[in-house]
Design a binder for this molecule. Structure first.
Ligand SMILES: NC(=O)c1ccc[n+]([C@@H]2O[C@H](COP(=O)([O-])OP(=O)(O)OC[C@H]3O[C@@H](n4cnc5c(N)ncnc54)[C@H](OP(=O)(O)O)[C@@H]3O)[C@@H](O)[C@H]2O)c1
Length: 327
């Protein structure tokens, strides 16, 4: 019988366990996907621990907002997709009911796109959340242009790496921020034009240095917290600040100083819009085809080791890229 990861109470990784349940038939307009692999995201940890902004009904909550697999069954009225098509899930907004941590899930047919040719299964499992978020924040919100100096926090993470690759793909200049100078070489290899390590350098001075004195055009803040003040001071007058993550739980003072355009990005803004999804998928396909976009994978776990996969995330050991679980 198909296996599904569920949890019945909020807590540490150990609250997750695997149950056997019959596969659900897809309803009208839905497809059933046989999942081959899924990526582990910070949102999964928030849902599992009870820290998610959206309510997670217990018991028997599921997890997983992205993954890849093949179409296994079509609900009534679905056209344009065939059984056996390799796909990626673009959004699982009701992840606590249909999450991708499972051998099968059903989703509306509009929530799958063709698996980009040129990615293996583990890369395909990890591509959508990171790249659609980076694309949505930088391209759709900040209207990034070639030549823009783009400051990227949490650049070592999944979204940060995707943001660096996307900036390079269009000819912008990604300036990576890390808290740890030991990561500098890895970030340069991952595509950073310059790296600012906040354990060694003053962010504002370093940005001035790397931008010839003008400051950053775009600031992608995936961290928030008090450190955002320095990012804002490092922007040129009229710069665009896009906040898309919240890795630092401390309060974030309201940005003051130079005039800024401020946006908050949530990926469901675009991933539920079929026209925007089409643009994102086309951009992604082109980037993969050109070799500009390539998801970095840190560690691959088996489904039986899903608890260990979450421990790896909690301990911040995923320094090489995304954590993926194969099913
Ligand atoms: N808006 C959306 O729709 C959306 C979609 C996806 C993700 N997100 C959010 O975006 C953020 C990044 O996601 P991700 O998947 O890229 O995360 P990730 O892969 O787990 O990022 C890990 C990196 O972030 C940095 N980091 C971790 N905690 C930090 C802290 N307290 N202060 C500063 N840096 C910290 C670390 O880099 P260093 O050690 O090098 O500093 C770490 O290597 C998360 O908050 C996530 O929830 C939002």
């Amino acid at each position: 019988m198909p296996r599904i990861v569920v949890f019945d109470e909020f807590g540490g990784p150990e609250v997750m366990h695997i149950v056997d349940e019959p596969a659900v038939e897809p309803a009208a307009g839905e497809v059933r996907v046989r999942i081959e692999a899924f990526a582990v995201n910070p949102l999964d940890r928030m849902m599992r621990s009870g820290a998610s902004p959206a309510p997670v009904p217990l018991p028997h909550a599921r997890l997983g907002v992205e993954g890849t697999g093949v179409i296994d069954a079509l609900g009534p009225g679905v056209s344009g997709l065939r059984i056996g098509d390799p796909v990626i899930l673009t959004a699982v907004p009701d992840a606590s009911a249909r999450g991708s941590y499972a051998e099968y899930t059903t989703v509306p047919a509009s929530r799958v796109v063709a698996r980009p040719v040129g990615l293996d299964v583990t890369q395909a499992a990890a591509v959508w959340v990171a790249y659609s978020t980076a694309y949505g924040a930088l391209m759709e919100k900040a209207a990034m242009r070639p030549g823009d100096n783009v400051l990227i926090t949490a650049a070592s993470g999944g979204v940060g790496r995707a943001a660096m690759q996307i900036a390079n793909q269009i000819g912008a200049v990604p300036i990576a921020i890390t808290r740890n100078s030991a990561k500098t070489e890895k970030l340069l290899t991952a595509g950073a034009a310059a790296v600012i390590a906040t354990d060694q350098a003053d962010t504002v001075e370093a940005v001035r240095h790397h931008t010839g004195g003008t400051g950053a055009d775009i600031i992608l803040d995936l961290v928030m917290g008090p450190g955002q003040q320095d990012l804002v001071r490092a922007g040129r007058p009229g710069a665009t600040l896009v906040t898309a993550g919240f890795l630092d739980p401390r309060p974030t003072p309201f940005p003051t100083g130079a005039p800024l355009s401020i946006h908050t990005y949530r990926s469901f803004e675009h991933t539920l819009d079929p026209v925007a999804v089409g643009r994102m998928a086309a951009f992604l396909q082109a980037g993969v085809r050109l070799g500009a976009l390539r998801p970095a994978i840190d560690t691959v776990f088996a489904l039986d080791d899903v608890v260990a996969a979450h421990r790896h995330l909690e301990e911040g050991l995923h320094t090489e890229g995304k954590i993926v679980v194969t099913v």
